[in-house]
Design a binder for this molecule. Structure first.
Ligand SMILES: Cc1cc2nc3c(=O)[nH]c(=O)nc-3n(C[C@H](O)[C@H](O)[C@H](O)COP(=O)(O)OP(=O)(O)OC[C@H]3O[C@@H](n4cnc5c(N)ncnc54)[C@H](O)[C@@H]3O)c2cc1C
Length: 315
């Protein structure tokens, strides 16, 4: 017998879908992932304090929030397997998904909630100081007390980097935008905003060679890409805004994706290009990328799947 619903991914979107589907008596099976595209629990497992998820007036540690969501889903009856899905077959029906151990499972409906991975600079010093002044999300972490009224840096040159720099101007005394080229890739309107903002100072043709600090970040070692010269820039925080990689490789082109690899969903819904396959959270979101928006779209996906199962299969 096929499963009625398989959910792939255990971040806020997958676990919220699991909570809703379990409460709707769909008895979902969820693949938590293991090492492809992040870890079980998703991106919040690599952050500390989450201050903007509703319901926690004193904030909550990211891993604890995810542990709570998982417990809630399990308590409501969701079955979990801590494995990566390596491939899917959406041409066959019921759909087939194959896990890393080679086992194949079939399902009447699928929810893809595999998220995205924030790209990070491949430096040992970055790994050592990650979470101690280095983040990949200014909207998430910029308002933390440790960054207030401090000089901060954003690394990148696209729309996200510019948005993050502008967001940080609300808290920082000064924001450096560090870009490896001599012009921004961001849209013209965003460029104008950032170039004219009195708190933003753009450092052109610079790459970060090292994150410096003992227990927390204290400065960046920069290299000028034109002259090769090294300089030190004292900052209390650095935000990497060099892009995200959506976890969609295992789909092997069987769903419509945008040019960056994000799943395309119909407007205001989680419906994908394959009938009976739904997508939720960051894997289909290039715009908001927040835990609460991911959770909300997980809820939508579970409701979409429930209605689809009822309408198409009467179950
Ligand atoms: C450093 C950092 C700090 C952040 N802080 C905040 C914050 O304070 N507040 C906030 O609202 N948001 C924050 N965010 C953003 C937030 O974490 C994401 O928006 C949210 O986690 C997205 O949820 P998701 O469920 O869509 O995906 P993810 O959290 O990315 O989870 C994806 C899941 O899919 C699994 N997976 C991937 N590939 C496979 C596969 N092939 N097979 C099986 N499973 C797979 C992964 O293991 C993971 O469980 C932060 C992000 C980062 C990087």
């Amino acid at each position: 017998m096929p499963e009625r619903l398989i959910i792939i991914g255990s971040g806020p979107s997958g676990l919220t879908a699991a909570i809703y589907a379990s409460r709707a008596n769909i008895n979902p099976l969820l693949f938590e992932g293991f090492q492809e595209g992040g870890i079980p629990g998703g991106q919040l497992m690599i952050t500390n304090e989450v201050e903007n998820f509703p319901g926690f007036p004193n904030g909550i540690m990211g891993p604890l929030l995810m542990q709570n969501m998982r417990e809630q889903a399990v308590k409501l009856g969701c079955r979990m397997i801590m494995e990566d899905i390596q491939s899917v077959n959406l041409d066959s029906y019921p759909f087939a998904v194959t896990s890393a151990s080679g086992d194949t499972y079939t399902a009447d409906a699928l929810i893809i909630a595999t998220g995205a991975v924030a790209k990070r600079l491949p430096l040992d010093s970055e790994k050592r100081l990650w979470g101690k002044g280095i983040s990949a999300c200014a909207v998430c972490d910029g308002a933390l007390p440790v960054f207030r009224n401090k000089e901060l840096a954003v690394i990148g040159g696209g729309d996200t980097a510019v948005e993050e720099a502008l967001h940080l101007t609300k808290f920082a005394s000064k924001v450096y935008l560090i870009h490896r080229r001599d012009e921004l890739r961001a849209s013209k309107i965003m460029q104008t905003r950032v170039l004219t903002h009195p708190k933003v100072h753009i450092l052109w043709n610079k790459t970060v060679e090292e994150f410096v600090g003992e227990s927390s970040l204290s400065s960046l070692r920069l290299r000028d890409t034109a002259t090769g010269e090294f300089t030190d820039l004292p900052v209390a925080g650095a935000f990497e805004a060099i892009g995200h990689s959506p976890n969609t490789n295992f789909l092997n082109g069987q769903l419509n994706l945008d040019s960056q690899g994000y799943i395309i969903t119909e407007q205001d819904s989680t419906v994908t290009s394959a009938d009976g396959v739904f997508a939720a959270g960051d894997v289909q979101d290039t715009k908001y990328r927040q835990a609460v928006t991911a959770a909300a779209s997980g809820c939508q996906a579970a409701i979409d799947a429930e209605r689809w199962l009822l309408e198409r299969l009467g179950i």
